[in-house]
Design a protein around this ligand. Sequence first.
Ligand SMILES: [Mn+2]
Length: 250
Amino acid sequence: MKAYFISDVHLGLGPREVEKAKENRLLEFLRGALPDTEVLFIGGDLFDFWFDYDTVIPRGFHRTLAALQEFTDAGKRIHYLVGNHDCWMGNFFETEIGVTLHREPFETEVQGKRVHVHHGDGLAENDRGYRMIKPLLRNPFAVRLYRWLHPDIGVRIAHRTSLSSRAYTTTKHYGEEQGMIRYAERVIGEGADIVVMGHHHRPAFMRLGPGVYVNLGDWITYNTYGEMSEGVIELKTWKGMEDFGNVRRT
Ligand SMILES: [Mn+2]
């Protein structure tokens, strides 16, 4: 049985046709992985924006939601760590789909290894601005206020904000990967075996002392995923997509 890891699919990011094609790739991956999955990890930003109301969920992603449901229906666990784009999640994924939702980085044991999962946001040394904004974005009062907007209006605003937040973060990429590696070194020093992140949208696989740092890349450009079996993690490129030079296997 295997553990699979994906991150940064950003469903809903682009034009309809691009998103449909991306979701098709993701669904094919998920359906292929399902039979031998023991646990599926989602490292954040599965959606470019997500907000669930008490009675309403966003349209456009029902096929992905159903595919995830198939995992939990089959008794497979899903660990979903929210990213900076899907951090306004309510309880839909927990109560309806049955995923284990994490709002903070977490560590869990998989196949006898300590796996540490962090989305990767807020680790850049020079990103003090984002670190100040982050608690505000997650402020429960702001979320409650937002809930009162009509979904058609709220989602439109969020999409615009999400785009500007991306423009902001892409200009702030300096030092981001160094910050991630430094963080990975620290938690490996504290006993983690495998540190998994996303957010950077660039796949990476690095041995750091006794541990491994894996950046899962994204499903916008790279279509990369982690596959762990018998305690060994590999970073792979989804079939049919070009292999990238820095995607390595152990
Ligand atoms: Mn992100």
